[in-house]
Design a protein around this ligand. Structure first.
Ligand SMILES: [Zn+2]
Length: 255
């Protein structure tokens, strides 16, 4: 149990990092640098003043519109900042201060960026997934899940989805899953180990299928509408990383 002050500090740090995640979410799919230039209004290109860059409060102060051109600022900006702040505060409280917290927060940031980019652009950038595999494996030498479980997680996570993608392609002669999904599940395996990765795959597939069926039934899309699987994997991984270990204990106790 972390003290309240540390949780608050973590939350404030999270809001600031959420602001950087917004930059990644906007610029990575457009193949722009995430460090330069400074943030600008996407409509008129004016560089933002320091107070406009304050997470969440900047959006509220501006009423969701650019001061110069009055173009709308997407609601996703304060949502990502608030979500990241909650994640940092929640994780600091849940995991306590230590190397596991750093590992889980880095993983969580990668999931938020992949979730948002896959939802809008249907891509999962290598710079996140491949770097994530390396980072997760390095962390596993110092904290959960241990390097053996991490290595198996990378191979099994990537391997299972690769096999599914290959089988789907042979049968349907079209791409059902992208290599981005394969690399993303390998990254999840690196951070969480193979057990929680299988849980992530199950949670992601079930939630994806339910949403897919709902979209078909309500005629908002047909089965061929490619649901961004990475978005569901991100939600599944977030659930597995938090309630997963408890679920595993409960499940093994049943037998
Ligand atoms: Zn503007």
């Amino acid at each position: 149990m972390t003290d309240t002050f540390a949780v608050i500090i973590a939350g404030v740090l999270g809001a600031m990092i959420g602001s950087f995640l917004n930059v990644c979410i906007y610029r990575l799919p457009r193949e722009k640098s995430v460090v330069w230039p400074a943030s600008a209004c996407p409509h008129c290109g004016r560089s933002l003043a320091w107070f406009e860059n304050i997470p969440i409060l900047g959006y509220i102060a501006l009423g969701g519109h650019c001061r110069t051109c009055h173009g709308a600022i997407g609601i996703q900006y304060p949502i990502v900042e608030a979500l990241t702040a909650l994640m940092f505060g929640g994780a600091a409280w849940y995991f306590g201060l230590g190397i596991l917290l750093v590992s889980r927060l880095l993983f969580g940031c990668a999931l938020i960026v992949l979730f948002a980019i896959d939802l809008e652009h249907h891509i999962l950038p290598n710079v996140i997934t491949l770097s994530g595999i390396v980072a997760g494996f390095i962390f596993s030498f110092f904290t959960e899940p241990g390097w053996e479980a991490s290595l198996i997680g990378i191979v099994v996570g990537g391997g299972v989805l690769w096999a599914v993608a290959e089988a789907y392609y042979r049968v349907r002669h079209e791409d059902g899953l992208g290599m981005g999904d394969v690399k993303m599940l390998a990254m999840i395996g690196a951070f969480l180990g193979w057990k929680l990765t299988m849980m992530t795959l199950a949670l992601g597939s079930v939630s994806g299928s339910i949403i897919g069926v709902l979209l078909t039934v309500t005629k908002r899309g047909d089965m061929k509408y490619a649901l961004p699987f990475g978005t569901f994997l991100a939600m599944g991984a977030a659930a597995a990383a938090t309630v997963g270990p408890g679920l595993l204990t409960w499940y093994t106790a049943l037998w």
